[in-house]
Design a binder for this molecule. Structure first.
Ligand code: CP3
Length: 344
C-alpha cells in the first residue's frame, strides 16, 4: 500500500509533512471550475454527471500540492434523493420546497434514494482511478441537523426560527425527520466507502445555532449514531466530524462521539484545542477563509500560529469554513507550500 500522509496522520502515525486540504477546494474561485459548471447546466446536473463531477474534484489537485481530494457533490443531494425539490439559483444559493410537518416527512421516499445517488459513487470510482497515490479521497455528507435545517427553512440565509420552533414545540415529530436522515446518511456514507472513499467527513455547519441541550439531542446524538453505524460495518475508515460554531461543546464531541477527527471552526483557540481536544482526537482546521483571500504575511502569520500550537502531530491543516469565491488561486498555492515547509 502506498503511503498517504493524511491517512497516516488519521491513523495516529507521523507523516513527512503536515497534510493539508481545504473545504470547498473545488469551486467558483477556479476558472476551470466555472468553465465546467457552465457546460454542465444546473448545479445538480454537475453533481450527478460522474465524468464532470470527477473532473472538478481533480482540478484543485492538478494545481496545488493538496493531500486530499473531496468528491464534488453537495450536502443537499440527500434531500433531493428523498424526493424533495431542490434547486440552486445563481446568487441565491439553494432553494428547497419546504418540509414542515409530519405529513411532509411521510411524503419523502427512500425508493429512488440509491438510484439517484449512484452517480456520486461512480464519480468516486473515476476519481480513484486518476488520483495520485499520495492523495487521500474524502467522501462526505451533511449531518442530520444541518440538512434538516435547509429542508425545513427552504434554503439559506434565515434565522433558523422555523426549524428550531418545530424541534422545540414538537420534538417527537421532528425526531421523525432526524431519524430518517440518520438512516439514509449512514447508508450513503457506506456507499461512498464501498465506491473508494478512504475517509469521510460529516459537515454540521449549523450546529452552532443550538443551545447545549438541543445540540445534544439534534446534532451530537444523530451524528454519533451515524459514526457508530458506519464504524460497525466498515471499521477502520476514519471519520472527521465538523460541528461548526459550538465553542466549548467541542469537548462533548471529543468525549462522546467515536469519530477519528474533529474539524475546528475559525473561532476555536488552537492552544485550547491542543490541550483539550488533541489528546482525544485528530484535529483539523482552522484558518479563517478570509485570511486566504488576503494572503501574504497576514495569511502566513495566522497559519504559523495554528501550526505552532497544533502541527507537531495529530493535525490536518484546513480552513475553519469553506473557501470563498473571491479567493485568488495563487494564495492557495502559497498556503500549501507554507504548510508543507513548516519546520523543515
Ligand atoms: O470542494 C468541495 O469541498 C466539495 C464540494 C462541496 C460543495 N458543497 C460544492 C458546492 C461540499 C463539501 C459542500 C458542502 C456544503 N454544501 C455545505 C457544508 C459546508 C459549508 O459550507 O458549511 C453546505 C452548508 C452546503 C449547502 C450549499 N451548497 C449552499 C449553502 C450553497 C450556496 C452557497 C454557495 O457557496 O454558493 C451551495 C452551493 C455549492 N455547493 C457550490 C459549490 C461549489 C456553489 C454553487 C455553484 O457552483 O453554482
Amino acid at each position: 500500500m502506498t503511503a498517504k500522509p493524511l491517512l497516516e496522520v488519521l491513523r495516529g502515525g507521523t507523516a513527512p509533512h503536515v497534510p493539508i486540504w481545504l473545504m470547498r477546494q473545488a469551486g467558483r474561485y477556479l476558472p476551470e471550475y466555472r468553465a465546467v459548471r457552465e457546460k454542465a447546466g444546473s448545479f445538480l446536473d454537475l453533481c450527478f454527471t460522474p465524468e464532470l463531477a470527477a473532473e472538478v474534484t481533480l482540478q484543485p489537485l492538478r494545481r496545488f500540492g493538496l493531500d486530499a481530494a473531496i468528491i464534488f457533490s453537495d450536502i443537499l443531494v440527500v434531500p433531493a434523493a428523498l424526493g424533495q425539490r431542490v434547486t440552486f439559483e445563481e446568487g441565491h444559493g439553494p432553494v428547497l420546497e419546504p418540509v414542515r410537518t409530519p405529513k411532509d416527512v411521510a411524503q419523502l421516499s427512500k425508493e429512488r434514494f440509491d438510484a439517484t445517488l449512484r452517480p456520486v459513487a461512480e464519480a468516486i470510482a473515476l476519481v480513484r482511478q486518476k488520483l495520485l497515490p499520495a492523495a487521500a479521497l474524502f467522501g462526505f455528507a451533511g449531518a442530520p441537523w444541518t440538512v434538516a435545517s435547509y429542508m425545513v427553512e427552504g434554503g439559506s440565509g434565515g434565522d433558523f426560527a422555523t426549524v428550531k420552533t418545530w424541534a422545540y414545540r414538537d420534538p417527537d415529530s421532528f425526531a421523525g425527520l432526524i431519524d430518517l436522515l440518520v438512516e439514509v446518511t449512514a447508508e450513503y456514507l457506506l456507499q461512498q466507502v464501498d465506491a473508494g472513499a478512504d475517509v469521510l467527513q460529516i459537515f454540521d455547519s449549523w450546529a452552532g445555532v443550538l443551545p447545549e441541550a438541543a445540540l445534544e439531542r439534534w446534532a451530537l446524538r444523530p451524528t454519533t449514531e451515524i459514526v457508530r453505524r458506519v464504524g460497525a460495518k466498515r471499521p477502520g475508515v476514519p471519520i472527521v466530524v465538523f460541528p461548526r460554531g459550538i465553542g466549548a461543546n467541542y469537548l462533548r464531541y471529543a468525549n462522546e462521539c467515536d469519530c477519528t477527527g474533529l474539524g475546528l471552526d475559525t473561532t476555536v483557540s488552537p492552544v485550547w484545542a491542543a490541550l483539550e481536544l488533541q489528546p482525544k482526537k485528530i484535529v483539523q482546521g482552522s484558518l479563517d477563509p478570509l485570511l486566504l483571500v488576503v494572503g501574504g504575511d497576514a495569511m502566513r502569520d495566522a497559519a504559523k500560529r495554528i501550526l505552532d500550537s497544533l502541527g507537531d502531530r495529530r493535525f490536518i491543516f484546513n480552513l475553519g469554513h469553506g473557501i470563498l469565491p473571491q479567493t485568488p488561486p495563487d494564495h492557495v498555492a502559497d498556503l500549501c507550500s507554507f504548510v508543507h515547509d513548516w519546520r523543515r
